[in-house]
Structures are given as C-alpha cells and as structure tokens.
Design a protein around this ligand. Sequence first.
Ligand code: MGD
Ligand code: MGD
Ligand code: MO
Length: 647
Amino acid sequence: MLQEVITTCTRDCPNACGLIARVEKGKVLSLVGNPRHPVSRGFACRKCAAFLKRAYSPERILTPLKREGAAWRRIGWDAALDEIAGRMTDIRDRQGPEAILYYRGFAQRTALKLLNDRFFNLFGGVSGTRGTLCGGTGQAGQDLDFGRRISHDPADLQNSRSLVMWGRNPAATNPYLLPAMAKVRREGGRVILIDPVRSETAALCDQHIRPAPGSDAYLAMAAAKVILSREEEDADFLADQSEGFTKYREIIEVFTLDELASLCDVSIAGIESLADLLTRQRPTAILLGWGLHRWEYGHQTVRCIDALGVIAGIIGIPGGGVSQGFEEYAPYDLSWTGDGLHPERRRLLMPMIGEEILTARDPEIEMIFVTAGNPVCQAPNSPKVKAAFEKTPFKVVAGHFLDDTAQQADIFLPTTTFLEEQDVVASYGHNYVGPVNRAIEPLGECRSDFDIFRGLASRFPFAAEFDRPAEEWLALLLSPLLAQEIPMEELRQGPVRLPDAPMVPYVDRVFPTPSGRFRFITRFEAPLRKRDEAYPYHLLSVSPSDWLCSELTPNEQGDLTEVRINPEVARKHGLSDGKPARIVSRVGSTVGQIRISENEREDTVVFPRGKWLASGSSANMLTQDLVSKAGNGAPYYETTVRLEPAD
Ligand SMILES: Nc1nc2c(c(=O)[nH]1)N[C@H]1C(S)=C(S)[C@@H](COP(=O)(O)OP(=O)(O)OC[C@H]3O[C@@H](n4cnc5c(=O)[nH]c(N)nc54)[C@H](O)[C@@H]3O)O[C@H]1N2
Ligand SMILES: Nc1nc2c(c(=O)[nH]1)N[C@H]1C(S)=C(S)[C@@H](COP(=O)(O)OP(=O)(O)OC[C@H]3O[C@@H](n4cnc5c(=O)[nH]c(N)nc54)[C@H](O)[C@@H]3O)O[C@H]1N2
Ligand SMILES: [Mo]
C-alpha cells in the first residue's frame, strides 16, 4: 500500500522545501514537493530526486567501521561507542576536556542536532568552533547597521516592483525566488543581477551587472552618490531615523563617480541603471547572497549596500528591504545545548581550522569528533586541514559516505538521512518550521545523531541528563513555539510559520541599536588587494548547481570540475575548451576541465566547489585560510590563482 509521509528537506539550502515521501513496503519510491508548503508550494528541485539515489546508494555506509591500517573493518555499535567513550575519558583525565574538538558541520541543522552540543557540554565542555564557513560576515555587517539582521518574509516579495539579486544565484541555490522574479518581470518591473560571474540566474534577469570581484562596496557607494546628486534620497529617514550619515557622506565624497566606476569596473550607465531601479521602480527588494560574504571585508560591502537601501528609501517598507537570511535556530530554547554549564570553553576558528588544530596548545588537540560536515574538503586550505587531521591521534566521523574527512577517521559512525528521522527543521531562507516525519526505518545499522549521542551518554554518569525520548526533547527544544499555542500535532502535519517573525522588518523605523536608529558605516577601510602578478585571477569557488556542498558519492568523483574562463584568458595560457588545466595558488594546485565562456570576466576563474580531494579536482586545495575582518567568516574568494595546461 502506498503511504504518503509529510516531511521537509533538511539539507543545507535556504529553500527547506516541504516534501512528501511516497513510501511502499518500507521503501521511499519518490520524494515530491508538498503543495501545502506556503513557500516552496509543491516545488522540489532536482537535487531532491537525486537525494533518493544518494540515500539508497550502494556506496552509503550502513555499519560502524574501524580503521585498521589502510583498511576498514566492520564493528558493532557497542564496541564503537565503548571505544569512543573510553578514549574520551582517558583524554579528559590526562589533558582535560578541551583536548577534544567537536566540529559540527552545516550539512543538516535540525532541532535534535542541537543536543549534540548538550552531550559534549555534559561530558565536560570540549573545544568547540567559532566563526563560520558560511554567512557570518554579512550578518555581522547587518547587525552593526540594523542592530539585528532581520529579513523580509519571502511572501512580501509580492509587493516588490523590482528586484536586485546581489551576489546570489537562486537558479542554482534557492528556487523559491524564481516565481517571484518572474512575477515582477511579468508585471513590468525589472530584475537586476549583480555578480562578477555569469551565473545560471543571469538568463532570468533583465540586466546583469558584472562588477570586479569583491568590489561591490564601491558600486553601492556609486549608486548612492547618483541618488544623492539627484536629490532623490529619503531625506526624512536620513534626518530622523539614522545616525552617522554625515560621516558616511564623507567616505563617499572622497571618490568621484568616475573613480568609483573604475574601482568596481562598472560603467556609469550600469551604475545609473541601478540607481534608477531603486528610485523609479519602487519598491525594490535587494536580496543579498552568500557570495558577498566570502571576502575579508565582506561586512563593509554589506554595510554599503544597507546604506544604499536607506538612501533609496526601501528600508521598512513592504516590497523593499535589504534581505539576507533567517535564523535557523530561532524557534528553539537554546539553553538545552548546555552551553551555560561551564565557563566559556576554547573555541577554534572554523575558517582557519587546520591552523587552529595544528597550533592548539595547553592542551593540544588529541581527538576530533565530526558530525554533518566534511571540513577536510570544505574548509579553506584543504592541505593544511588534512595535515591537522593526520596529526591528531584519534578521530571519529559520523556521516553517510567515506568522504575526505571520513577517510581520516579511526571510527566511522553511519548516520541516518532525514527520511529515517523524526525531527523538525527551521530554515535560513524563510520563516517556516517544518516537520521531519520518519518515512522509513533506518537503513542497515544507521543511527541518527541523536541516537548516537544518547548511546554515548548512556556510558557516562550524566546519562540521565540526556536520556529522554526524542519527542520529549523536541517538546523542550520547541517550548517557545509551543507556548504560543502551536500544538506539536499541528507541527507534525505541516509547516508552521514562526508567529514572531515580521513580514516587513523595521516598519516603525525603530531599530534594535542603542540609539534606535539605523547606523551608517562611518569608517571604510579600502581592501588592500595588491595584484599578485604570479597569481592574477580571482578563484570564485561558487555553489555548484548540480549538487549540494560536498554531498557527492565516491562514484560521482570521476569527472573533473568544470572551470569557466574567458576566451582571452584561455588564449593567454594556451588552454582549450574541454581540455584539462592545472590551477595553482600559493596554497596548492588542482586540476579542472576548461569551459571557455564569452560571458566570464578576464580576472576570474569560476570553479564550483564540493568535489573531494580524492577527485583531484577540489576547490579548497587552492584556497587560503584567512578570517574576515568582522563576523569570523571564511574569505574563500580572496584566493588568486594562475592557470597552465595539464595533460
Ligand atoms: N545547488 C546548490 N544549492 C546550494 C548549495 C550548493 O552547494 N549547491 N549550497 C547551499 C549553501 S551552503 C549556501 S550558503 C547557499 C549559497 O547561495 P548563493 O549565495 O546563491 O550561492 P553562491 O554560489 O554561494 O554565491 C552566489 C553568487 O555570488 C557571487 N559572488 C562571488 N563574489 C562576489 C562579489 O564579490 N560580488 C558579487 N556581487 N557577487 C559575488 C558568485 O559568483 C555566485 O554566483 O546555497 C545553498 N544552496
Ligand atoms: N571553496 C569554497 N569552499 C566552501 C564554500 C565556498 O564558497 N567556496 N562555501 C562554504 C559553505 S557556504 C558551507 S555551508 C560549507 C559546507 O561544508 P560542510 O559543513 O563541510 O558541509 P557538507 O559538505 O554539506 O558536509 C557533508 C557531509 O555531512 C555528512 N552528513 C550529512 N547529513 C548528516 C547528518 O544528519 N548527520 C551527520 N552526522 N552527518 C551528516 C555527510 O556524510 C556528508 O559527507 O562549505 C564551505 N566551503
Ligand atoms: Mo553555506
């Protein structure tokens, strides 16, 4: 009998689509969009169909494994958990708990996975991580400006007359935006893409502005300058609801419009078209993507765009706003993570995790426990991260496949996918919490992270502090939501909108800053990007459209990553379309397959991220491990490279 299970995609994507799993005889036959999800509205992307192949892949690991020399040996759960608990106790007794590093990746961010932290806190407070590989930089910028980053609800896009996709590629990464873009255009409004790369989204826009990589702050200043020179700014807002405007104006007065145009490499006409859109096709919604974050001064870029939004008068109005992302942990009572059980423990910087592990002292890192991440492949400077893992005596990795990080493990623990889990998930791309209902029993011997940590906790004196059924934990974690008269049964049946989330933030134009006003950026540091003649091209290691982060199977590592370059660049280095090329940075080198494209800039190499080191075609073999100036983000795109033919 065919059974339909309502669930939600929990993968690392802002869409968090409502899904229906069609199940027969304990097997998911198809995963389709849930038409009753107000944001994804029945849509499910092709990565979703591919996910079934992933979940049922013959390469998926379904039993715990223990490394023996170069080989893996199957072991039972009890043996695996006993050994982990024993090693942890020994390390804590000799070196203290901070000799253990817990690394929680981004692959899956459901409610119950917050309890992973609870386990480590009950154990004694191990070393954690700080900062992020994803969106921290821009968020830091918006927190400075608005007091707290709050985005417009996606439903508010129906009020927009024009849109700016700024460093965002929804055609690949966020499909719920596509109908909104189409609607604006149908109704005579324009959609502008701002991206140094000719992304999949470009074809869905009216105009593509291609600034020099990392130069958007100048573009935003230039558009603001045009609006101010035309005296089309929102003068009331500037006078009554903002602070720092005079200082900000001094920053932009330093440059002439021509200088700004040259700094961002956008024509005056291009700059004017952006200013026109903002002031003459109001309201405009500016949607910031994650590409903007991956720069050392990404927070300044975002702050300059926020300033442009204020000057254009699109803040606090329906259909407007400078929106960026949502709080995926907003619905929960975070005290259950147990972060308050100890004085603040050591936290290693995620963007420099290799360096941080290698240089950690008092105590040194003796053990790493990884869940839901593949840092050897996805964190900057893979060679260094790999060296750090190799140097660490004991590693446990919980995941689905033997990826680059799992290959470093001494013990590999096989985890369930969301099809096999009972949980809930919020989104970093909208305001709904969605149910994760178990569609099938765990495959093989797989266990959810929750069951893994519950099993581990049962081996320690604090077992009782962890030992509750999942549903009970969910009720505790979700207590802020349940307190608002949203019963758990309702949440099991379909997505629920967070009642406190505004449709339009800052409508009263009062901001959660100390003064209650919007804060303009008042000091601008020009990024010092000296052209490195030996490595002249910016490596833009963007999100791939065909897969998610590093979620590929070993089988899918065969083809080289397709690397897009301009014909002039190809000519200069003797590279041909379809042929392999070696890409070299100051960190390392890797190989890709050249795709020559008229539409790419002459100063970029576009290299989709995610293929494993094992493929020989992996972006982070090249990237420098730096940290952004605000928000502890990972400025992947500061890395520059050179190209040479490869055979
Ligand atoms: N198919 C697919 N979907 C995904 C992911 C995936 O791997 N594959 N990853 C998920 C994750 S983890 C995230 S964080 C999101 C990311 O979602 P997006 O932000 O939409 O995607 P990115 O490719 O990270 O970056 C968007 C664009 O920013 C551009 N960019 C880079 N530098 C600059 C710059 O200096 N200025 C401007 N204006 N643009 C710039 C890039 O060229 C890129 O096209 O997507 C999620 N969805
Ligand atoms: N060069 C370059 N690198 C980048 C970026 C870039 O723009 N350029 N972007 C960065 C961004 S935005 C992000 S978010 C990061 C993402 O990087 P990571 O946080 O490392 O995430 P994934 O690659 O998604 O991790 C995938 C692994 O998680 C495991 N996994 C999946 N679900 C679960 C689960 O429920 N439990 C457990 N225990 N394991 C699970 C699977 O085994 C899978 O192999 O990558 C970053 N890396
Ligand atoms: Mo991300």
